[in-house]
Design a protein. Sequence first.
Length: 108
Amino acid sequence: MSIARIIWIVSLLAAVVLSFVDLAQAGMVLAILGLVAGYFADQEHRLGLIVAAIFLAGGAAAWGAIPAVGEYLTAIFKNYSMVLSAGALMAVCKTTVERVILGKGTDS
């Protein structure tokens, strides 16, 4: 199992657990996990990560209409949205560095 997969699993578990635990630094923990996960995202998975972050950030609250479990699902997906957003930010930064500074992916 790759380190990237392990980080994504830990990030998902943290998003679930921190939905039920009141921790003052929960946002920071999720952001750091997302940044690390985004750093290890393969180049072919970065676009999917960015798209998932965009759609989940807007659609996390859609679960709220489900009786009994909607509140919990909304909290879980909002937390995971934080992870994906931080990962997408890192993916954008890493791609920018690779293309502009290192010259990878250019025709010249």
